[in-house]
Design a protein around this ligand. Structure first.
Ligand SMILES: [Zn+2]
Length: 286
């Protein structure tokens, strides 16, 4: 999976760090992020010196506009919180966040998706949702604080479940309705307030494909920054009738596929694809 990095994990402890030449910067505009394509079509992120040159703020940037967020494999990443202007360089362009999956370097891809999640959280919490006052960053940890009413705003992560519904040698694959990403997936959905993850599994399967399930067991989790999620992967067994009743508002397709004739492979990125592979190999938790 994307976050399975061999050369060291993400160090995202909150710190005050000054930018240095070569540090990477995430610039976001709407749902898009600034990237460059090199001659081999590989995607890269701009550096601190490039962004400061474009923005004309070389000498007077400050922590509110260029914010250190984390270190990954000895590379420091910053968020550009100023005006998201054009680069002026032909190689660079804003591309939709889902394009980040195409970044060939796995650690840069993971860093960019995680940085996008943090950017969205900072952008959406500039004002207190309780009293409307402009918020300030806490000195010691990653938290926005309201100086008027004391509201403390921590990074928001939305828990979701990804569900492999199995029946012996068969697994349900789905396709979402009306989405640009038209590949096969697994049944999935957000956990509601007041619900356990296991309850969300049973509810989502009933809502999306109209089936009862049992023996719900946890597999692994995955942070998925471009959607602000933490995905929890579960396997479960069909309980009773196997007739699929499709939720046509959510899905365009849901069908049983045999273990030895699966139409999609592990992409090395997503928990969904890893779960399909693990099922094909017969190594799912029993
Ligand atoms: Zn407030």
């Amino acid at each position: 999976m994307l976050q399975d990095l061999t050369l060291g994990a993400l160090d995202n402890q909150y710190r005050h760090r000054l930018p240095e030449e070569g540090d990477k910067v995430i610039c976001v505009r709407g749902g898009s992020i600034m990237v460059a394509r090199d001659k081999r079509d590989a995607l890269t992120l701009p550096t601190v010196e490039q962004v400061l040159a474009w923005s004309g703020e070389w000498d007077h940037w400050h922590e509110e506009t260029l914010r250190y967020i984390f270190t990954l494999q000895d590379e420091h990443y910053f968020l550009w919180m100023g005006e998201a202007g054009e680069s002026g360089e032909e190689a660079f362009a804003y591309e939709p966040a889902r394009t980040l999956r195409q970044i060939t370097s796995k650690h840069v891809c993971f860093a960019a998706m995680t940085a996008f999640h943090l950017f969205c959280w900072y952008r959406d919490n500039r004002f207190c949702g309780r009293c409307g006052t402009e918020t300030v960053h806490d000195e010691k940890e990653r938290m926005m604080r309201c100086p008027h009413c004391g509201n403390m705003i921590f990074p928001r992560i939305s828990p979701a479940v990804i569900i492999a519904v199995t029946d012996g040698d068969r697994l349900i694959l789905i396709k979402y309705a009306g989405r640009a990403y038209a590949n096969y997936g697994l049944v999935a959905g957000f956990i509601e307030i007041g619900e356990t993850a296991e309850e969300a599994v049973a509810r989502e399967v009933m809502e999306e494909v109209g089936l009862k399930v049992k023996n719900i067991r946890y597999y692994k989790s995955q942070p998925w920054g471009i959607a602000g999620n933490l995905s929890l992967g579960y396997f479960c067994d069909l309980d009773g009738d196997d007739t699929i009743h499709l939720d046509e508002e959510e899905l365009s397709l849901a069908e049983w596929h045999r273990r030895d004739a699966m139409p999609c492979e592990d992409d090395g990125i997503s928990l969904t694809r890893e779960m399909v592979r693990v099922f094909c190999e017969g190594n799912e938790p029993k």
